[in-house]
Design a protein around this ligand. Structure first.
Ligand code: IMP
Length: 428
């Protein structure tokens, strides 16, 4: 199974980082295909926590890691992550696409200014300049990694871009900020020099690896409901987070993808604005938030949490073509009984089984719940993980089986703690 995509089935933060790290043990390379430093992938190995925003999670397994053209690269974050990894004794075998776009400080400024103007259309962004960088890419204003390696091209492109941004900042947003073109140019050039040895044609490298029969993991960031086309627009991010994004964001044919793994949390969380039908605002929500450490990796914001909603999962299965599911953070639901699973929505007396495009309809969707018995609060999950699936509490097995019955896709992996080894492979 050489080409494997890992995709989030909810609003992101499904613990894809942990699963990518786990599966990378059997892979040759991991390539990130979308998003930027808005992501926060957490991996815990032997009690030590690592957080990645740009570098693919397979790096701790010593695999070749790639940043695809679909990613927007924040130079400061990338260099900082490389430095941190080296300090920890890792020597990342990193490769960065010459076609990836670069995030500048003025993109981050613009991100905040846009949010200020948008009123209730505001997505509650991470303010990492993601939207403005992707907008510049699509408007063909963007600066790509390859431009950083060519002084003349960089200078001429920045001249136009900085001038445009200055007009925007001064005359549209009426902000008293002066962009220093020379300083921006110098910083960009220096970044290009620092990373020049990593820059390559990632599409050529990954296609070569696949042709040699190597296993490549395509690591998605964020989740399906944040996808620019198929997410809860406009309350999502600006990239294609879905499995199809792996093809455009790396430069491989859909024919090269052999398996698509969907990662879903045992409940839902959402950081940012927009409707969340199963949101829990009271005591149970607080309890799940604390038990699950549901605070944004990038922003530290408390995440909104809620009962597991299978409508987004089924929607994700359709959009992504998911072959197998991974259920994460099952342990977080310890002692919560009864548990509720949303199996559909009710809208004005009608049943809806998918996510409507019209946000006003989605806002008024009421969850239809099924109740299940919860399990004990005191489970030794490390022991359960060692023993495997049979050692799961009966109620936890019923919870998983009920999910499978509803979504009709097999669950292959269950994660019961943040550590790499707190992972159960079903039938494995
Ligand atoms: P942006 O990607 O920073 O522009 O933010 C757009 C929306 O996506 C906001 O609601 C963010 O909270 C959300 N978002 C962006 N990245 C992530 C992520 O990695 N996990 C969860 N939510 C995210």
């Amino acid at each position: 199974m050489p080409g494997i995509v890992i995709v989030g089935t909810q609003w992101g933060d499904e613990a894809k980082g942990k699963i990518t790290d786990f599966l990378a043990g059997d892979a040759d390379c991991v390539v990130r295909y979308n998003g930027g430093a808005n992501a926060g992938h957490t991996v815990v190995v032997d009690g030590k926590t690592y957080k990645f925003r740009l570098i693919p999670s397979g790096v701790l397994q010593g695999k070749k890691v790639y940043i695809g053209n679909g990613v927007v690269v924040d130079p400061e974050v990338l260099l900082g992550e490389l430095e941190d990894l080296r300090r920890e004794g890792f020597n990342p075998d990193l490769h960065v696409s010459d076609r990836a776009h670069v995030v500048f400080d003025f993109h981050k400024l613009e991100d905040g200014l846009q949010e200020g103007l948008k009123g209730n259309l505001r997505a509650g962004t991470t303010r990492r300049g993601i939207g403005p960088t992707y907008s510049d890419k699509t408007a063909r204003f963007g600066i790509r990694i390859s431009d950083l390696l060519d002084e003349a091209v960089l200078r001429s492109k920045l001249k136009i871009l900085v001038d445009f941004k200055q007009r925007l900042i001064s005359h549209v947003y009426n902000e008293d900020v002066r962009l220093d073109e020379e300083e921006i140019f110098r910083k960009a050039l220096n970044f290009g020099r620092s990373i020049s040895s990593y820059v390559c044609d990632v599409s050529a490298e990954i296609n070569g690896a696949l042709d040699r029969g190597e296993t490549v993991i395509f690591e998605g960031a964020q989740g399906t409901l944040l996808d620019i086309d198929h997410g809860i627009y406009p309350y999502g991010t600006s990239s294609n987070t879905i499995a199809g994004g792996a093809c455009t964001g790396v430069g491989v044919s859909p024919k090269k993808i052999d398996k698509i793994i969907g990662v879903m949390k045992a409940y839902i969380s959402r950081v940012g604005t927009g409707p969340v039908p199963t949101e829990l605002k009271g005591e149970i929500g607080d309890r799940i938030r604390e038990a699950g450490g549901e605070y944004g990796t990038v922003t530290g914001r408390p995440r909104r949490v809620g009962w597991l909603d299978l409508v987004p999962v089924k929607y994700s299965i359709r959009i992504n073509g998911i072959d197998e599911l991974v259920v994460t953070k099952l342990d977080v639901l310890n002692g919560v009984s009864p548990l509720k699973i949303c199996i559909g929505y009710e809208y004005e007396g009608r049943r809806l089984d998918t996510i409507p495009a019209n946000i006003r309809i989605f806002e008024r969707c009421k969850p239809i719940y099924e109740e299940l018995e919860g399990w004990d609060a005191n489970i030794n999950w490390k022991r359960v993980a060692e023993k495997g699936y049979d050692a799961l509490p009966r109620q936890a097995k019923e919870y998983l089986e009920r999910i499978e019955e509803h979504v009709k896709v097999p669950i292959r992996i269950v994660s019961v703690g943040p550590e790499r080894r707190e992972t159960i492979v079903l039938g494995g």
